[in-house]
Design a protein around this ligand. Structure first.
Ligand code: HEC
Length: 293
């Protein structure tokens, strides 16, 4: 959910792309919110596509679409915020272009990821994106929603091999996301899944669920996608010793990827992998983790 605040200026602006006239402010705001959601989704996919495979023309085209979307949403920022946003964008654009020519190494991937992370977090902040669920997600709700609304395409095990994806005489293009491989990259956070569920994905069969499912159902299934069998199972899940010291809360957890958490915990000499497993399996669904700090 996007909250309009002083950071956003809803004065009519000259639009370079897409729609140019709106009947009222409400319509204009809805349209920009849609652009912002699409931008965040494309941004997420730009980093994992790059991490997962070599650069090709399709990736380049997808990045150009991201760049256009960026042009649209930045117009909603006042000058001061726009400078922040442009800086983060420029940094990511550069590192993305550089990494296209480099072979995959841990250093290259880290440079790409931190450029992405900075742009993602800057966008959340400057556009005041509401990234926290208003109630604790429930595992049972997530499981039920997944079985009913997602498994046919994404597969019961989340491997992208649902009956619709496998059996159709015409293969689904693009194919439904394989969450097992995606989660192995460790770059998504729960908000990112929630955002995609609200918006759907243009030019694909991935529907928008904003009018079919409640907010609670959307958040529950978004968190559920991080639990086995959707993510690789590591060690035995082990509750982190000091929940309070770690400042765990749902507003924090909703915007952390596995990569972010590993990075933060490494410095605190936590038992990183068992703790992360616990957090994904039970943490987000347990009342031990407060909603907000
Ligand atoms: C009719 C088929 C279909 C259904 C039903 C469907 N999806 Fe998808 N979904 C897709 C396709 C296809 C893609 C990949 C689109 C792309 O790569 O551009 C996708 C992509 C996604 C993504 C984006 C992953 C990423 O890159 O971040 C998420 C999240 C997702 N689906 C979740 C769900 C959930 C949860 C449900 C059920 C509530 C669901 N989908 C139902 C077809 C479907």
């Amino acid at each position: 959910m996007i909250v309009a605040t002083a950071a956003l200026s809803w004065v009519p602006t000259c639009m370079a792309f897409g729609k140019e006239t709106f009947t009222d402010r409400k319509e204009e705001k809805r349209w920009y919110t849609k652009q912002l959601r699409a931008f965040l989704g494309e941004l997420d996919r730009s980093v994992s596509d790059r991490l997962a495979g070599p650069a090709d023309q399709k990736l380049q085209a997808a990045f150009e679409s991201l760049a256009e979307r960026q042009q649209v949403i930045r117009q909603k920022l006042n000058q001061y915020f726009r400078k922040d946003f442009d800086q983060a964008w420029e940094k990511y654009r550069k590192v993305w272009a550089q990494t296209a020519k480099q072979p995959a190494t841990p250093e290259r991937d880290q440079a790409l990821y931190s450029g992405f992370q900075q742009l993602r977090d800057t966008t959340y902040r400057l556009f005041q994106v509401k990234t926290t669920p208003s109630q604790n997600p429930e595992r049972a709700v997530g499981a039920l929603v997944y079985r009913r609304h997602c498994a046919a395409c994404h597969g019961r095990q989340g491997d992208g091999q649902g009956v619709l994806a496998r059996n159709s005489h015409m293969p689904m293009v693009p194919a439904p996301t394989d969450f097992q491989s995606l989660n192995a990259l460790g770059v998504r956070n729960a908000f990112s899944y929630y955002n995609t569920l609200l918006a759907g994905i243009e030019d694909s069969t991935m529907p928008a669920f904003a009018s079919t499912l409640s907010n609670h159902e959307l958040w529950s299934v978004a968190f559920y996608l991080f639990t086995p069998p959707f993510r690789p199972q590591g060690s035995d899940a082990l509750e982190p010793q000091n929940l309070t010291e770690l400042k765990l809360d749902l507003s924090w957890l909703s915007i952390q990827s596995d990569r972010d958490i590993r990075h933060q915990w490494r410095n605190q000499s936590q038992q990183v992998e068992p703790g992360l497993d616990w957090l994904r399996r039970q943490g987000s669904f347990s009342s031990k983790i407060p909603r907000e700090y």
